[in-house]
Design a protein around this ligand. Structure first.
Ligand code: DAH
Length: 335
């Protein structure tokens, strides 16, 4: 006995569960034929419409066509799912397998050195801070007490992005001292690794862009002794127990007193020198505290900055800074 409009609900359910159970495109196509083909079950119902009393035909036709549309939609949705599944490889890629021709990568020596420095500072409670490489004159110079006629601000030394309003590429990470202090009250204990830019021509020891790490410690009663102890701890961790440091008077506009740090170890002797200049540092200048809204009567602090390439060159005995940027695998594979 053929089906009638009264079986429509049951037919719809049968179609839905068959579609959901279809495991591949061939099965799905058979279901399509079974229900919607020219001899299909839903098609059959439509063909019988003529046998119904005239007044019942429009309502019945509407119901059958409604179910037909829904079933068509379900077929198409299932088809998409099965097609996607068919496109997926049976054995998905295992990204942990070694490459066929390339060896596994590793971190750039400068990244390794930066991570080691940061790790040492974290041990003694320093947090990592960051700031923008495109800076303004205020954060890079003015707030650091560097006057407008200071030679460092000359267009010979600094890359200015525009001449009006003068955004620039930061010449040192010291600008981040200002940003951090303006953003939060003391105490502060941060290190700032980052890229800096200067109008140096590339030669064996200079490059127009290089990396620095800045340190800033602000609290009550901070002394030069704290500065020396901290720097010694970090350099011994980084470059060995035999490291000796020497602090020489110097001038920076944002510290008073200012000092330069020289460094000596078997590594410097290997490079043919007893002492190598390695960092600038000092006690934060009261003017700088005033500029960021800290009371210099209550707070004291020290700051330092050193070049990461410099440290990496000493650590690994590299005599040409440009090797770091050439991405020559014969160089990089050694680290
Ligand atoms: N900004 C200096 C430079 O680029 C390094 C430096 C010196 C940073 C003394 C400091 C500091 O924080 O106190 O050469």
């Amino acid at each position: 006995m053929s089906e009638s409009v009264n079986d429509l609900e049951a037919l719809h359910e049968a179609a839905s569960s068959a579609i959901a159970a279809a495991g591949d495109l061939t099965q799905l196509q058979a279901i399509r034929v079974q229900f919607l083909g020219s001899k299909g079950r839903i098609t059959g119902l439509l063909k019988q419409l003529g046998k119904l009393p005239k007044e019942d035909r429009p309502a019945a036709g509407q119901r059958i066509n409604g179910v037909k549309q829904v079933v068509e939609g379900q077929l198409n949705d299932r088809k998409e799912v099965l097609e996607m599944a068919a496109a997926k490889p049976k054995h998905p890629a295992d990204f942990s397998l070694p490459g066929r021709r390339l060896s596994r990568g590793r971190r750039h020596p400068l990244t390794q050195v930066t991570e080691d420095i940061v790790r040492s500072f974290r041990k003694i409670g320093f947090a990592v801070a960051a700031g923008p490489e495109i800076e303004d004159e205020y954060h890079c110079f003015d707030a650091l007490n560097t006057p407008a006629d200071h030679p460092a601000r000359d267009t010979q030394d600094t890359f200015y992005v525009r001449t009006e309003k003068r955004p620039l590429l930061r010449t040192h990470t010291s600008s981040v001292q200002i940003r951090v202090m303006k953003n939060q009250p003391p105490p502060i204990r941060i290190v700032v690794p980052g890229r800096v830019y200067r109008r140096d021509n590339a030669d064996a020891t200079h490059n127009p862009t290089f990396h620095q790490i800045e340190g800033l410690y602000v609290d009550r009663n901070v002394t030069v002794g704290d500065l020396k102890g901290t720097v010694e701890f970090v350099f011994r961790e980084l470059l060995g127990k035999e490291v000796k440091l020497r602090f020489r008077p110097h001038y920076f506009s944002y510290t008073e007193p200012s000092l330069e740090i020289d460094f000596s170890s078997p590594l410097t002797r290997k490079m043919g020198k007893e002492w190598l200049e390695i960092a600038g540092c000092g006690m934060v200048h009261p003017k700088v505290f005033e500029n960021v809204g800290y009371d210099p009567e209550c707070w004291s602090g020290w700051a330092f900055g050193f070049g990461i390439e410099r440290i990496a060159m000493i650590r690994y005995g590299i005599n040409d800074i440009r090797l770091f940027y050439e991405n020559d695998l014969r160089f990089l594979n050694q680290f």
